[in-house]
Design a binder for this molecule. Structure first.
Ligand code: ATP
Length: 140
């Protein structure tokens, strides 16, 4: 079906994306899914990962998403996430520092039971995805 779908990505403190898209691809809890205009409505949890979409000019864009939920309607995808960052807003040094911290905590946790290994693993996933986006230098 021809036409663009509206994409909105919002967090508790900002609206990260409000843009039309030719296609939106998101990391659903049970696997990545793609949405074109006219898609059946559904609601899903998201994993930490990347939302990729093609803007109306056909340029591929990517946004980091820290889990959350996506509501898909035939003409709109709304993502509510605890945090989300466009490529241009990612501070790669900050993400590298977060990655290092998470790795250190995970190493500690394998020695000491009292450190939250899972929390560090989730922080590591956030940092790795941010670095992945920031280091792929294309249009933001
Ligand atoms: P950090 O340990 O560096 O704070 P985090 O993964 O714990 O990273 P989040 O809880 O996901 O951070 O996000 C908190 C806020 O900081 C959000 O507004 C998010 O957009 C922003 N943020 C986190 N990491 C970065 C980064 N590397 N570059 C730019 N903004 C970031």
């Amino acid at each position: 079906m021809a036409g663009n779908i509206m994409l909105e990505v919002v967090t508790p403190d900002k609206s990260v994306v409000t843009e039309e898209a030719q296609i939106v691809v998101a990391p659903g809890e049970y696997g990545e899914f793609g949405v074109l205009i006219g898609h059946t409505s559904f609601l899903t949890a998201l994993k930490i990962g990347l939302i990729r979409y093609k803007d109306p000019g056909g340029i591929e864009r990517v946004v980091f998403v820290n889990g959350g939920f996506a509501e898909v309607l035939p003409n709109k995808v709304t993502v509510l996430a605890e945090s989300a960052d466009r490529r241009i807003d990612i501070d790669v040094e900050r993400a590298r520092a977060a990655l290092k911290r998470a790795e250190e905590r995970m190493a500690e946790a394998s020695k000491k039971e009292d450190i939250d290994f899972r929390r560090a693993e989730i922080a590591l996933a956030r940092a790795m995805h941010r670095i992945r986006i920031a280091e792929t230098r294309r249009a933001a």
